[in-house]
Design a protein around this ligand. Structure first.
Ligand code: CP3
Length: 320
């Protein structure tokens, strides 16, 4: 999940000098922001590339910005076949996103094998929601109407995104990512019976196109009821949000697949003692089981407290 961001004073300091996208696109700055949480919390065992899922739409020709009131604003909302056809082809991706490869290569050298390096990207469905809605959305009306009323156009868009993500992830693997996390942040807003057609089949296609056995992590918020289906994507790790009962999930997911996540990120706004209690509760619920990667059930929020993060890392690294 996101571990960099506004809750860190050192991030706010850099952000006062450069915009978010400048930081993302300048490899030395992106490396610095990636490393900030690791310096502050030395117990963290993985670095997650500082970037954004929306660099893919941008590279395809649909730029974005942050609204002053919070949320994302795409430069336009995608709605016609001509607009889908006008998106750049997948083979333009490695060149347009070469700054991501450069950042990963810098990080790989800097981490020197001491910590895992995670790359990431959005799922085709989650990216399509931003592209068709024209930004962050409350009701997801446009993307759902497209899915229900013009499946051919929907599929054409998702095919383009899938091809772009395959090229993007191949580039990240070549640049030194140890594992890649796919964020299906909006997988949970799809009608249950449509989750396969709207999201899961495209994720499966991506995983199948990458080197066999490369560790892919799938995070799909609000999709606890699809956990079994997700085990067939080829992902080696399923990252679950806080609404999932971890013990029940562990009991039904094959042992060959690790689970990750589960702590409610809001807890980082409480107290160190409450964080320690809740982190222990999660670990106790799967005591004796292998294959759990401790993580939040979503990204660290801007109002998270440093002392809560410290308590979390301390509790998890000292648990026995
Ligand atoms: O540790 C890390 O920083 C990892 C890098 C990372 C970011 N975004 C940086 C970021 C990762 C893995 C993401 C993923 C991402 N980006 C997702 C999927 C995960 C999720 O949160 O569900 C999504 C949906 C996005 C798109 C996006 N980027 C949103 C919705 C926002 C928040 C906009 C708002 O209203 O503030 C961002 C901004 C963003 N991406 C920040 C960071 C650190 C915050 C920027 C800031 O506040 O300065």
């Amino acid at each position: 999940m996101r571990q960099a961001g506004r809750y860190l004073p050192e991030y706010r300091e850099l952000k006062a000098k450069s915009s978010f996208l400048e930081m993302v696109k300048t490899p030395a700055l992106a490396m610095e922001v990636t490393l900030q949480p690791l310096r502050r919390f030395p117990g963290l065992d993985a670095a997650i590339l500082f970037s954004d899922i929306l660099v893919i739409p941008e590279a395809l020709g649909q730029p974005y910005a942050f609204r002053d009131t919070g949320g994302i604003e795409m430069q336009y909302a995608l709605e016609t076949r001509a607009q889908v056809e006008n998106l750049a082809p997948a083979d333009a991706i490695p060149d347009r996103l070469s700054y991501v490869a450069e950042t990963l290569a810098l990080l790989r050298r800097e981490l020197d094998g001491q910590r895992a390096l995670l790359g990431f990207g959005g799922s085709p469905w989650t990216l399509a929601t931003y592209m068709v809605e024209g930004g962050s959305s409350d009701d997801f009306e446009r993307i759902k109407l497209l899915f229900y009323t013009d499946r051919a156009l929907f599929d054409a868009l998702l095919e383009k995104l899938t091809a772009a993500l395959i090229a993007y992830f191949r580039m990240q693997i070549a640049a030194g990512a140890d594992a890649i996390q796919i964020f299906d942040s909006w997988g949970g807003i799809v009608a249950g019976a449509d989750y396969e057609a709207a999201s899961l089949r495209w994720i499966r296609e991506i995983v199948a196109a990458l080197p066999a056995g490369f560790p892919m992590i799938l995070y799909a918020k609000g999709t606890g009821s699809h956990l079994i289906d997700q085990t067939f994507t080829g992902a080696r790790v399923l990252s679950v949000d806080w609404t999932v009962d971890l013990r029940a999930a562990r009991a039904c997911v094959p042992k060959s697949i690790a689970l990750q996540g589960n702590l409610d990120p809001l807890l980082m706004q409480t107290t160190p003692a409450i964080v320690a209690r809740e982190a222990r509760r999660i670990m106790e619920s799967v005591r004796g089981e292998n294959g759990h990667i401790f993580n939040l059930g979503h990204g660290v929020t801007p109002r998270a407290k440093i002392e809560c993060m410290e308590s979390l890392v301390d509790t998890v690294t000292h648990w026995q």
